[in-house]
Design a protein around this ligand. Structure first.
Ligand SMILES: Nc1ncnc2c1ncn2[C@@H]1O[C@H](COP(=O)(O)OP(=O)(O)OP(=O)(O)O)[C@@H](O)[C@H]1O
Ligand SMILES: O=P(O)(O)OC[C@H]1O[C@H](OP(=O)(O)OP(=O)(O)O)[C@H](O)[C@@H]1O
Length: 219
């Protein structure tokens, strides 16, 4: 690790839904930087006095920056973390961006048993998570990777089911789908690069404990 990298703590935050809540949590423990907002187009925002560097990345890329050590730590939804299967430490459940992963099907064509969906098509942004789920049930499936509007799949006959995240359930309801099987909780997590965790142990563990207190006090 270079001297400059050793000096700073680099934190990867995803732009998008998780950004505001994550930035707010860090602010509560005194980790912030001038200009850190979802309106800014700056990709690196530094707090020189505290030796903190925030890097703002596309959601799915946070685990990549952290695995390669371009960021020491990061914040990312458990859904994206599971799908990425990156070799990073998961340090803390931040209890923000609450949602869960599930399988949903068309209300009208709902089948009686999960096994009745064996060998059918699943539309999803999360093919690895979906495959792990169906494999654990001994079911072979055909996975169709989509990048958004997953709920369209069963409506237009692309697939018999979807695997996606649900927060309020509004998107399912408005598209005549119903949740069929719960897969996993998917709140945002604090993750760390394995080498950074050892080399910057004191800093990262102090930060993790401070965040843990904020998260616990919000319960
Ligand atoms: N209702 C929700 N809808 C989508 N994501 C949610 C919701 N609630 C919490 N999340 C979290 O936010 C993350 C998605 O954030 P965001 O939509 O900004 O990323 P994205 O899907 O990659 O978007 P884009 O494709 O626009 O970059 C999810 O991975 C999940 O952890
Ligand atoms: O249960 P709800 O509160 O309705 O939220 C769930 C919806 O939000 C997400 O989509 P997103 O808004 O990220 O758009 P996308 O279709 O582009 O993935 C997710 O894929 C669901 O479609």
């Amino acid at each position: 690790m270079s001297a400059e990298n050793m000096e700073y703590l680099t934190i990867a935050l995803p732009k998008g839904k998780v950004f505001g809540k994550a930035a707010e949590l860090f602010k509560k423990i005194g980790y912030t930087a001038e200009g850190l907002s979802d309106k800014s187009r700056k990709l690196i925002i530094t707090n020189e006095s505290k030796k903190i560097r925030f890097i703002i990345t596309k959601t799915a890329d946070v685990p990549v920056y952290v695995e390669y050590g371009a960021a020491d730590i990061g914040v990312i939804g458990k859904d994206v973390l599971m799908e990425s299967a990156k070799d990073v430490y998961e340090l803390l459940d931040l209890q923000i961006a609450k949602c869960h992963l599930m399988m949903a099907v068309a209300k009208k064509a709902k089948r009686k048993h999960l096994a009745d969906y064996a060998n059918t098509r699943v539309a999803t942004k999360f093919p690895h998570i979906a495959a792990a789920f169906f494999n654990s049930k001994g079911m072979q499936m055909e996975y169709i990777k989509l990048h958004g509007s997953i709920e369209l799949g069963p409506i237009v006959g692309l697939s018999e089911s979807i695997v996606d995240i649900v927060e309020t359930g509004t998107t399912l309801r408005e598209n005549d789908l119903v949740e069929y099987a719960f897969i996993a909780d998917a709140t945002a997590r604090l993750i760390a690069n394995r080498v950074s965790f050892k080399m910057k142990f004191a800093r990262i563990s102090k930060l993790t404990e401070a965040l843990r207190q904020v998260v616990n006090s919000a319960d």
